[in-house]
Design a protein around this ligand. Structure first.
Ligand code: MG
Length: 264
């Protein structure tokens, strides 16, 4: 196999790799897919795990009773059937890149939190708000793409009701030690329609209405949950990619020893 790089360069601080290390593995090759348009969903990257491809809800269950998800599926999207309750994935996952597209009802009804409300709950506990905030004010930490009850988005990047919108989310799950003590909060980065609205934002704990909740220890994986808030919100093209080092590096970097090494 051809070798590229160098074997006589200095080591990067606190790592096993030299600058331009000839032994450093190549990143795996994937096909990056295609972006969506208003007319059609795009194609996920070739290494994505698909949670909803527009055809059926086989990867989802009802939160209420664990039975089949009873939301409507048609024309390549799923739609909340008010009263059937939240749905969640059978699959559980933690640190990830999550892609999810949604559309608020084209027929505008209600105001504030009552207009096109749904939600994307990471690990079933931490909500990125889905709401129609196109010319629809509400409390800032409950607007579209807010970390509900904690952080407003940096900007309101809403499209009009009925138009497809995209959340691209980088999720880092919280970590607990063996005694259940929090050792790292959850961090979230969110792009709404391609615009960054949160970056590496530490969550205070699970999200809820009119209260604060402390972190409760939970496993490093959990289901993705979508909210039935009584509005027929639509979803399509839902996939995720687990986040991990490609060559056995830690899934998240502990910078402390790196900073110590840099200080000398
Ligand atoms: Mg909501």
């Amino acid at each position: 196999m051809a070798k590229y790089g160098y074997d006589d360069t200095p080591f990067l601080p606190n790592t096993k790799w030299r600058v331009h290390d000839s032994n450093r593995p190549q990143p795996p090759v994937i096909w990056p897919g295609w972006f969506s348009t208003q007319e059609a969903p795009g194609e996920p990257p070739s290494d994505a795990i698909i949670l909803f491809d527009g055809k059926d809800l086989s990867k989802w269950v009802s939160v209420k009773d664990g039975g089949p998800a009873r939301w409507k599926v048609e024309n390549g999207y799923m739609e909340v059937v008010p009263g059937t309750g939240d749905i969640q994935t059978v699959e559980e996952f933690g640190d990830c890149q999550l892609h999810i597209e949604w559309a608020a009802p084209a027929e505008v009804r209600g105001e504030g939190q009552g207009r096109g409300n749904s939600g994307v709950f990471l690990m079933g506990r931490y909500e990125i708000q889905v709401l129609d905030c196109y010319e629809n004010p509400t409390y800032a930490d409950g607007t579209t793409a807010a970390v509900y009850g904690q952080y407003p988005p940096l900007v309101n990047a809403c499209r009009k009701p009925g138009e497809w919108q995209v959340y691209d989310i980088i999720w880092l799950a919280p970590r607990f030690d063996e005694n259940g003590n929090l050792i790292r909060p959850a961090y979230v980065t969110v792009f709404h329609n391609g615009v960054v609205v949160h970056y590496h934002t530490p969550l205070f704990g699970p999200t809820t209405h009119r209260a604060t909740l402390p972190y409760q220890p939970h496993p490093p994986v959990g289901p993705l949950r979508l909210q039935d808030h009584g509005d027929p919100v639509r979803y399509r093209n839902i996939w995720y990619r687990p986040l991990r080092g490609y060559d056995g590096e830690p899934e998240w970097r502990d910078w402390t020893p790196i900073v110590m090494a840099l200080r000398g």
